[in-house]
Design a protein. Sequence first.
Length: 328
Amino acid sequence: MGLSSSLSIAIFLLYFTSVLAGPDKKKPDYLTQIDGLDTDYYRKTCPKAEEIISKKVKHWISKDYTLGASLLRLHFHDCAIRGCDGSVLVNTTGSERYAKASKTLRGFDVIDDIKAELEDKCPKTVSCADILTAVARDATHEIGGPYWSLKYGRKDGRKSLAEEAEGVPMGRESVTGLIQFFQSKGLTLLDLVVLSGAHTIGRCSCGSIQYRIYNYTEYGLADPSIDLKFLNFLQRKCRQASEYTELDAVTPTIFDSVYYKNLQQRMGLLSTDQMLYADSRTGPLVKALAAQHNLFYQQFGVSMKKLSKVQVLTGDEGEVRTKCFAFN
Ligand code: HEM
């Protein structure tokens, strides 16, 4: 099949599935322009903010490549609860960081380090929510993913509750549950499938998947949707819950569309990943993205930009923290 015909199939699928996803519950496009965010938000008050952030991200990832994936995930967990308001960063008893769903989150030191430098250069100016948004973008780019432009002006929230953070999807949900969760944030079916592609990098604690590989059925058998060779590999690798295994077993450190190809080979690590291929609403998109790396690469930036605007606080709806781990 020629490139142009496969592209038109993909475009058709994207259109078709966004229609299937139902009406976008968020503001229509012309109104999202007035989201209170601005490309030039720090132009006068902290013109070097983006430069400072990107240098720091480069520095940290050059010391530890695995931080790239962790920083991307941190932004998702932030936006998934109370919107992108830096609530995941707060370190007080009972805050989101203390939820079970936050147990393997990493990268907090990177944010604190960046915040310290920004407070030095432009005190009380750059919010933690904006820092985390830019960090996720820069980290993705640094490990070979796409780059996208951002608007700024998010304020930091004044609430962070562990029990709310238990609502972040952790891999045992149904596809319907995932679709509903994403829709409640104004994100479509397409955003769900594309953003799940973040699992092309990074790792997963064995504790999160042991139920799939050892004792899934009532007869104590593994999840039958897992490829047998892959199952064998996982059963040997994941004896201890505290061990880790790669989310994309084939190209774990490369930001590519092989994650989707793995799903076609029954090699999705999380049950939620694997089910995206089996489900008739999401399966056609998995196929289109598996076939076209460029489509994934380009759409990932588009969907991340949408993610970064979920329920943002602006103006006096929030504060600019001086330390990202504590309310002012
Ligand atoms: C669609 C629903 C999602 C589910 C059910 C899910 C679930 C998970 C789980 C269970 C892990 C491993 C946690 C552990 O260590 O045990 C993980 C890791 C990860 N997730 Fe997701 N996730 C979802 C969406 C996303 C999104 C939207 C992004 C980013 C845009 C993302 C980025 C990541 C990354 C990069 C990692 C690896 C982190 C690391 O290596 O430190 N996930 N996810």
